[in-house]
Design a protein around this ligand. Sequence first.
Ligand SMILES: CC(O)(O)NCCCCN
Ligand SMILES: [Zn+2]
Length: 664
Amino acid sequence: MGTALIYDEEMTKYKLLWVDPACKIEVPERLSVSYEALVRTGLSDRCVAVPPREASDAEILLVHSEEYLEGVKKTPHMTLEDLKEFTLQYGDVYFHPNIYHCAKLAAGSALQLVDSVMTGTVRNGMALVRPPGHHSMRSAASGFCVFNNVAIAARYAKQKHGAKRVLIVDWDIHHGQGVQYCFEDDPSVLYFSWHRYEHQKFWPNLRESDYDSVGKGSGAGFNINVPWNKVGMENSDYLSAFCHVLLPVAYEFCPDLVLVCAGFDSAIGDPEGEMCATPDIFAHLTHLLMNLAGGKLCAVLEGGYNLTSLAQSVCQTVQTLLGDPLPRLANLGSPCESALESLQCVRSVLRRYWPILKHAADPPTTDVGSRRIKLAKAEGEKAETAEEERSREEKVWPEPAERLRPPVCSASALPDDAACPDGLKRLTSSKDLGPLLGRRIKTEVAGDADGVATFLRLYTLIEKMRTNEIGNGVALVPDVAAAVKCVVQDLGSDLVNRVLVVCVGKEELNYATADGKMLVVQISGEDKEEQKGKYYIPMCLKKGCGDTVGFIQAVLGLLLPLGYEYDPGLVLLSRMPGSGVGDCMWQQLIGLLKGFAKGHTLVLMQTNDEACMGPTASVLLGHPAPPLQELLTPLPDDGDALERMRERLQADWKMLQTAVSSGN
Ligand SMILES: CC(O)(O)NCCCCN
Ligand SMILES: [Zn+2]
C-alpha cells in the first residue's frame, strides 16, 4: 500500500494584508517550497496524489461552534477594514477574503487523508495545508489557525470510521492548546505535545501548557505536555522524549490511528522555535510512530517558518512514510539537564495513570513551578525589533544525507532444502572470498562443511549490506549461537565498525569486546549475574520473553536509547530457539530496529524456527508490524529491575537518563 500526498496550490492563495510582526512569518511560500521540494526530489511522484476537498459545515461543527463558523463565513465579503476589525478579537492570527476557503480545504484535506488511510486505500500519508490548525479553539481563531484540522480529523475518524482510540502527536514547537481543550476530558484521544515554554514566557504563555496538565475527569492521563524550558533542544532531547515518555504510553494506549500535528518549527533554523534538532530527526520520529496502529499514520502540516529546514523536514517525513531507509543520526549528544527535568516532571505525573511508567522517578526537588513567570500580555509579546532579529545568528546545518533504497530490499540465506518466503531474494554464497577470509575459513571456522557453508552465507549477506546492495536479510542457521559468534568474532568487526547484537532468548554469549566494536544486548528470562562491562547488557524478564509488557518496556526504555547512542553500522538480531517471544512482539522489535544502521538488519534464526520466517520476512520487507494487543499491567518486579538497570547503566549511556542527575 502506498503513501498519500495531499496538496493544492489554492491553499497558497491568501496572505497577510497589513503590518503585523507576529504574523508576517506565515507566508504562502511555506506551502509552495515544501511541495516543490517533494517534486524536485522525486518523492511526490512516488506518492498517491489525493485531492483535497472542502470540509462541510457539519464536519467543522464537530469541533467549532455555530457562532464561530457563522462569523468566519462572513470574512470573504469583508472590506480590509472589516477584516482587521474581525481579526482583533483573536490572538496572533490574520484573516483574508480567501482564508475561509483555504481553511475549509485544509480541514477537508485532513479528512481526505483519514478516509484514504482508514479505508486501506493507502497505508499512510501527508497533507500539506495552510492555514494550520492546532491553536484554533471551539469559538476562536489563534496562532495563524482558523479551523482545528487535526482535531476535526480525530472526531471524524471516530464518528465515520469507528476508530476507538486515536493518538495525536504534536511535534510542532508550539503548544496546540486548541487540541488540548478539545479532548482534555476524552480518554479515547491521547494528545501528546512538546513545545517551547520557557516557564510560561513563550507564546501562548498558558499555565495549562505545563507538564501538570494531564487531562480532566475521565480524560485524566490522556493529555501529555512536555515543556521545553530552554531553546536549543537537540535530536537527543527529542528522542529521549519519545523513548521515555511518548512511546511507552502510546504502546499501552494501543491506538487504531495516529494523527501527527506535523509542525516543523521545531527544527533548527526556525525563528519561532530556536531549537537545534536537524531535519533528519523527523525521519526517525515518523519511523517510531509507524510501528503503532498497524502503520496507519496521517501527518498534517502545522507550523514551520524557515523555508529551508521546513522543506528538508517535509522531505524527511515523506521519505520515511514511503519506507525508505532511515539516515544515521550523526554524533547524537545527550539530553540536556533542562530536558531531563521536563521529562522527569511529566513522567512523575503520568506514572499514576500508566502502569508502564509506574517506576518513574519522583518529581525533581527543585520546584519547577516557582519559575513559571506569568508576564502581562503586553510585556510578554513585546514585538521583536529589527535589531534583535538581525542579532539572532543564522543557523547552519548539513544537508540531510541521501537515503538510497538498495536494489534488493530483503535477502535470505537458507539451507538448500529450506523454502524461501516470497519477496525475499535467495542469496547464493559469493565464491570470491578475499584470501584473508579464505585462509581463516580453513583454520578457525571450518569445523564442519555446514559451518563453512553458514559462514559463507553470512559473509555474503553482510558484505552486500555493507555495499548497500541489499537492505536487510534473514539467515536460517543450524546453530544460532554459533552463527552469532561467527559474525561477531569473524565477520562483524572486519566489515562494520560497530555491530549492535540483540539476542532474544537464553544462550551463553560469552563474548563482548571491551573496545566497543560490538554492543551485545540480551533479552531473556535468565537472571544473569551483573552485566559484563559497558558493552554486554543482559536484560532479564522474570516471566521470560513471552511477557510482552516487560519486553516492550525493555525495548523502548533501554534498547532504543542505547541503539541511538551507539549508532551501529549493522544490527544483528538473533532469536534463540525456545525464546518464547511472541510473534507480534518479535515483529515490533524488527520494525523498531530497522531504524538503525540505515535499515541493515541481519536476522538469525534456527532452522527449526521456520514457523516464524513468514512474520519475520513480512516486516523485513516493509509491511507494518501488527499492533501489540492491549498491554497487560507490567510485572512489578520487571519494571523495578529495568529501572534499576537503567540507573546503573546511565553513567555509561547518557540516552538512558530520564531525570536530572541526582547531584542537583
Ligand atoms: C501553527 C503554529 O503553531 O506554528 N502557529 C504558531 C503561532 C505563533 C504566534 N506567536
Ligand atoms: Zn508552531
